[in-house]
Design a binder for this molecule. Structure first.
Ligand code: HEM
Length: 215
């Protein structure tokens, strides 16, 4: 890589050894689905907290100011509206990622030794993210886990929404009450990811530019 060039003009080697200038980091469909997903997650978590407060599973309530919908009926309407956005947008993201082979290129392999070294580096404040075209081991693991977590959230949500229509799913998550717990802990994992994600983005702000402009 030519050190005099900015991150926008990273040089890649081609099979012919002719250098080409690679500008694109995130394709438009990825950026659109990412930001729609972020909006839907805010809607789902905010309204979900209000729905939870109406019938808490644990000895814990979420502050009303952080919730969405104003009251149980309003929150449920937000939750059902956000659910379509989350599910359809997620299907587009996953479908395009898998069909284009991008999922394998970007996220695999996930090597435990690499993830471990990245965690150690992150704890020492030395985790490198020099080339924003490639995710480090910790990012790969975090992104794949949160994608799976979203799948669990949607499936356990389906059980809560249409318990009778999805008997197999219902049994898999331990019945209706089991689904409430699975849904809750998957939400907690999602919120933990989002907080860590925002801290990492704040530490490396140029990744945010790439997720907005694509390059
Ligand atoms: C305002 C909130 C958010 C901001 C500012 C943000 C920002 C970013 C940025 C900058 C990247 C690229 C990281 C890099 O290139 O190193 C990224 C990737 C990603 N973010 Fe977010 N994000 C937000 C919310 C979320 C939420 C709520 C989720 C999921 C629940 C999420 C899931 C992901 C995933 C899975 C990727 C990898 C996407 C891929 O390459 O396929 N983000 N985000």
């Amino acid at each position: 890589m030519n050190p005099l060039r900015s991150i926008d003009t990273l040089v890649e080697s081609t099979p012919t050894n002719r250098p080409v200038t690679s500008l694109s980091i995130h394709p438009a469909w990825l950026r659109i689905t990412h930001w729609l997903n972020a909006v839907s997650v805010v809607i789902m978590v905010g309204s979900g907290w209000r729905v939870y407060n109406a019938a808490p599973v644990f000895d814990l309530r979420f502050p009303g100011e952080l919730t969405l919908g104003g009251w149980l009926g309003g929150a449920l309407q937000w939750h059902f509206a956000g659910m379509w956005l989350l599910a359809f947008n997620g299907l587009v993201y996953l479908g395009l990622n898998l069909a284009s082979g991008r999922f394998v290129r970007k996220f695999l392999p996930i090597k435990p030794s690499v993830v471990w070294n990245d965690i150690a580096d992150a704890l020492r404040g030395r985790l490198s993210h020099a080339d924003p075209r490639h995710y480090n081991g910790l990012q790969r693991l975090a992104y794949v886990v949160v994608i799976l977590d979203l799948v669990v959230l949607v499936l356990s949500g389906l059980v809560l929404w249409k318990s009778v229509q999805f008997p197999l799913l219902r049994e898999l998550v331990g019945g209706y009450e089991g689904a409430r717990r699975v849904h809750f802990f998957a939400m907690a994992a999602l919120v933990a990811f989002a907080l860590g994600h925002l801290v990492m983005v704040a530490l490396v702000p140029r990744t945010l530019v790439a997720m907005i402009r694509g390059r």
